[in-house]
Design a binder for this molecule. Structure first.
Ligand SMILES: [Zn+2]
Ligand SMILES: [Zn+2]
Length: 414
């Protein structure tokens, strides 16, 4: 198995690839737009030939390294353990351009280097394929590319290591175990939002996203009744409380495969019932809520955390919003069982560091072979939640949904 990655460390998709940008012309103190007339993107690709749980092993010694320099929009192709830089035109189908460059059928494109949004460089995921031809091919064949992840331990600014600043809706990957950042509640949130008008060099994701964020949210679109229609349809009542009243705040939802007289449930009745099934482990700074079976008791369909109906969004899980700073993480289980786990991290003056790992002393224990004893730390500093990889064997990663910005002075690996 030849599985490459990019970076000094990496995720499962590529060869880890470290990238940074460098000026080609005379240096100047005043900020200038970054484009291929004045800058190049420098990269170091690392490929390895042994696959451990589909992950890059940071302790592995059998690596092939290659330095690449992009002075035009490019895509990086892998053939065996070799990497090559090829011209990329974003107006044309990405898959057709890859096919044209393939030497062997198993050759694949790893990522793209693009210059967008007012002269900013980005590493763009190979899974991001907005061209109509590619959308059609993906609908027919399913997505064949692997997702791209930012390698947290690779982040550097002016050669100094920095932590990753966690953003709402990030998908974190600890070894092979994934977590979704559902919500970040911050006392000084207004101030934080003000800053997001500019790309951040250490972010996994660009602030400019042109596809639907919903692709990364978990919800289902369900039929809903928002008024009492029992006069026309006597079956249209709640299977829990038998009442037929309904409105936009408390609609009668068709939430699962059940039909007929058991096909509808009030939003309020369903979330109250789920609340009774909830198991909690609550401490001052860290709470976990667990549902063994987040599903319909009759047809066993799993409930998502969120449902959408007629343009409204309904959250099935209610958790108390702590008054201060907090972060809500959901464990995304690998097995397709119907359990749910939600964690709420609440830092305080006496507790600002939270350990994630397989060890007993972890605040969030992750029982998986790909997870180190103390794998990752989530730290709360100056009003921000930061992620620090603790030299774990398989790394701490953040999903790059479309593209990750490369700003002057910053280095990152994917
Ligand atoms: Zn009801
Ligand atoms: Zn059902």
């Amino acid at each position: 198995m030849n599985k490459p990655e990019f970076g000094p460390s990496a995720s499962k998709l590529l060869a880890p690839m470290i990238a940074g940008i460098q000026r080609t012309g005379a240096s100047s103190e005043t900020p200038t737009p970054q484009n291929f007339e004045t800058h190049v993107v420098l990269m170091k690709g690392i490929t390895w030939s042994r696959d451990s749980h589909g992950l890059f092993d940071y302790e592995s010694r059998h690596l092939t390294k290659k330095t690449l320099k992009a002075s035009y929009e490019s895509m990086i192709m892998r053939s065996g353990n070799d990497l090559s830089l090829n011209r990329y035109n974003n107006l044309r189908s990405f898959q057709e351009q890859c096919d044209a460059k393939k030497q062997m059928p198993e050759d694949m494109a790893m990522l793209k280097i693009v210059n967008r949004n007012a002269n900013t460089f980005y590493l763009e995921s190979a899974t991001y394929q907005p061209h109509a031809t590619d959308i059609e091919r993906n609908e027919q064949n399913g997505k064949t590319q692997e997702s791209m992840y930012l390698v947290v331990r690779s982040l550097k600014v002016n050669n100094e290591k920095i932590d990753y600043e966690i953003q709402e809706r990030d998908i974190l990957k600890i070894g092979r175990v994934k977590f979704a950042v559902k919500e970040i509640g911050q006392l000084n949130k207004m101030e934080v939002d003000e800053q997001t008008k500019e790309e951040k060099g250490h972010s996994a994701n660009s602030i400019y996203t042109d596809t639907n964020e919903e692709e990364f949210e978990e919800f289902i679109q369900v039929p809903a009744i928002m008024e009492d229609i029992s006069a026309e349809d006597p079956d249209c009542k709640c299977r829990f409380c038998w009442a037929s009243e309904a409105n936009a705040e408390n609609p009668l939802l068709g939430t699962c495969k059940c039909g007929g007289s058991v096909g509808r449930i009030h939003l309020g009745c369903l979330s109250a019932w789920l609340e009774t099934r909830k198991q909690s482990k609550i401490s001052t700074n860290f709470s976990t809520y667990f549902w063994k079976a987040f599903e319909c008791e009759i047809c066993k369909s799993a409930y998502p955390l969120m449902m959408k109906a007629q343009g409204n969004t309904y959250n099935l899980v209610k958790y108390e919003k702590p008054p201060g700073d907090y972060m809500v993480l959901e464990s995304l289980s690998q097995e397709k069982n119907n359990s749910r786990i939600i964690h709420i991290i609440r830092p305080s003056a006496g507790k600002t560091v939270f350990k994630l790992g397989r060890g007993h002393e972890s605040d969030l224990r992750i029982n998986d072979i790909s997870v180190s004893r103390c794998h990752t730390k989530i730290k709360f500093e100056r009003g921000k939640f930061l992620l620090e990889d603790n030299q774990s064997k398989f790394g701490t990663l953040v999903l790059v949904k479309q593209r990750t910005p490369l700003l002057p002075g910053f280095n990152k690996a994917v």
